[in-house]
Design a protein around this ligand. Structure first.
Ligand SMILES: [Zn+2]
Length: 181
């Protein structure tokens, strides 16, 4: 299990203890990066956009960030993942992002899953599941589709409660405003 998880990161001389320690560190980093994605999601909320945030990390360094802004940008493709991938690709001057990890507060939709696979991002970490449009098993699972020629490693549930609560409070407030108006 450890070997699969860290194929790109572990030295040849790895041992179980070292692997365990690195796993702990990585998990800790996952939460820190997701906390930053949550900050980005809150920025979206202040602009009246559905609060989803994303960032791309290479070797522990954030190289691209974005948040959901389809309404303000008049752009149906302006999901957080797309914005972060575009920013990272511009920084890298490369349309592909091998070895990178994408963090996003919500399970990617089919459009973003497609962009993720095209970008060759190595790993995706998300927070809350999306029962309406989630493309990692909630509605469909494009990440497990064997007919697609590239796959990113993906895992959900990192700070899932915080990510989900931000979304539900946003929609609750919006419903209240609609009821009053
Ligand atoms: Zn999306």
């Amino acid at each position: 299990m450890c070997k699969d998880f860290y194929t790109d990161n572990l030295p040849e001389s790895r041992d179980i203890t070292r692997c365990h320690n690195m796993k702990m560190n990585l998990f800790h980093d996952d939460e820190q990066f997701m906390a930053r994605a949550l900050d980005l999601a809150r920025q979206a909320a202040t602009l009246g956009e559905v609060p989803v945030g994303a960032l791309v990390v290479r070797e522990g360094v954030v190289i691209g960030e974005g948040f959901n802004r389809p309404i303000g940008a008049h752009d149906p493709t302006a999901h957080a993942e797309i914005m972060a991938l575009r920013a990272a690709a511009a920084i890298e001057a490369n349309y592909r992002l091998p070895g990178c990890t994408l963090y996003v507060t919500l399970e990617p939709c089919a459009m973003c899953a497609g962009a993720i696979l095209h970008s060759r991002v190595a790993r995706v970490v998300y927070g809350a599941r999306d029962p309406k449009t989630g493309a990692n098993g909630s509605v469909i699972d494009l990440f497990a589709e064997p007919r697609l020629n590239h796959h990113a490693q993906i895992e959900g549930g990192v700070l899932a409660d915080d990510c989900g609560r931000l979304l539900s409070s946003f929609f609750s407030a919006r419903r209240q405003r609609t009821a009053i108006a």
